[in-house]
Ligand binder design. Structure first.
Ligand code: ADP
Ligand code: MG
Length: 386
């Protein structure tokens, strides 16, 4: 999908009001009835229809003819636009460049700030898979997929942001976080190759140790990356230093399946080094002893998992997101898929920051609906695979 930078600046304030009205309306309407858009926007009826037409032409909203009523829904493009506009109004970004990555659940763009400095914009696309050929999933998400993708993608971005910040503040090799809005995060551009593309390194043993040490450092801080593989490790072009990215699936070492995730991260690295560099070592971290030595070493060991929970990304949000992400995943061989579990740490507390212009807080109904969808789907998956 092309992101048009000029669009960021050229939208009238009325069009913007109508666009946000559609966004607000989609919290509890799959298709937002036109009269509701008029009401929320507080503009005259005739005007709103014209603005909706303009927005539809630019694919920011889409007209939907429903059996019961006609209305509009916010498109991916519209949601992207709102997020990028918020970032641009805060002077965090100015223009959009090339797309450098497209994952199953995200799109990655190079963007620039006011000084022309390159940054990376990651747009989360959770639930995009529901638009693909997996019939059961589509049936399940059914009419409500719109609110789900927006809500879940925003949760994923908020989670990734919370982790990236806390990791960066504690000296972990991750991109510098710059800003976050809706379903997007803005971060430092790393001039690097994914480890996946690296066929030769001066000393595989040295890199192997650095990566295993990182897994251990994460664990000593109460965290497991959960997707620590050759795609999510970038090797800086200049220095060869590994930088870790992609945090929506991070879990606490107190997670009920922590050991499984920890071992999977370790195995990913071992397998990759064996295949790619023909390098094998008897030395690799074990979960229990790693946790034990971590506690013994730093008497007042910091727990980043606890800090994230306290940062405003709620435990309940974490669970909703985890269930949803698990429910979208195809079970791997030998993996039964398990419940979301619950972490021990305290959470709740910090208030959500939001303003009408930037983020508009989702209503409880969306939250509940999304949680219910996720757990219903899980139940189905489990019936299917057990
Ligand atoms: P996904 O969740 O889709 O896997 P990632 O965060 O792993 O998304 O990013 C996908 C790809 O985009 C990465 O493999 C990497 O090539 C590129 N990328 C992501 N973030 C950055 C960054 N900060 N700097 C440079 N490249 C990046
Ligand atoms: Mg990735």
């Amino acid at each position: 999908m092309k992101l048009d930078a000029t669009d960021l600046r050229y939208i009238t304030s009325e069009e913007f009001r109508v666009l946000t009205a559609v966004e607000m309306g989609s919290k509890n309407h799959e298709v937002v009835p036109t009269p509701l858009i008029v009401q929320i926007s507080g503009l005259r009826n005739g005007g709103v229809n014209k603005y909706l037409g303009e927005l539809a032409k630019r694919n920011l909203v889409a007209k939907v003819q429903n059996s019961r009523y006609d209305g509009y829904r916010l498109t991916y493009g519209g949601y992207d636009y709102l997020a990028m506009r918020a970032l641009s109004r805060r002077d965090s970004m100015y223009s959009v460049g090339n797309q450098i990555g497209v994952g199953k659940e995200s799109d990655i763009y190079i963007v620039a700030d006011n000084d022309g400095k390159e940054l990376v914009l990651k747009l989360h696309r959770l639930g995009r898979i529901s638009f693909r050929a997996i019939k059961e999933k589509r049936d399940y998400l059914g009419k409500r997929k719109s609110a789900s993708w927006m809500y879940m993608s925003r949760l994923a971005a908020q989670k990734e942001w919370a982790f990236m910040k806390v990791l960066h503040e504690h000296g972990f090799p991750v991109p510098t976080p710059v800003d976050q809005a809706r379903h997007t995060i803005l971060m430092e551009f790393i001039d690097a190759y994914p480890l996946r593309q690296v066929s030769d390194v001066a000393s595989p043993g040295a890199l192997y140790s650095i990566l295993m040490d990182l897994i251990v450092r994460f664990a000593h801080a109460g965290l497991i990356h959960g997707d620590f593989n050759e795609f999510n490790i970038l090797i800086r072009r200049e220095t060869g230093e590994p930088i870790v990215i992609d945090f929506p699936q991070m879990v606490s070492t107190s997670h009920m399946n922590a050991e499984y995730y920890f071992n999977r991260d370790v195995e990913c690295i071992r397998t990759f080094f064996r295949r790619r560099f023909d390098y094998e070592s008897k030395l690799y971290p074990r979960f229990k002893s790693t946790l034990k030595e971590g506690g013994a070493q730093d008497g007042e060991a910091f727990r980043l998992d606890v800090m994230v929970a306290a940062s405003g990304f709620k435990k309940s949000d974490q669970q909703t997101l985890e269930e949803y992400m698990n429910s979208l995943k195809e079970p791997e061989d030998g993996e039964e898929g398990f419940g979301s579990g619950s972490e021990d740490e305290e959470s709740e507390g910090a208030s959500e920051e939001s303003s009408a212009e930037d983020e508009n807080a989702d209503g409880e109904d969306v939250r509940e609906r999304a949680a219910a969808e996720a757990s219903q789907h899980r139940a189905r998956q489990q019936r299917k695979y057990h």
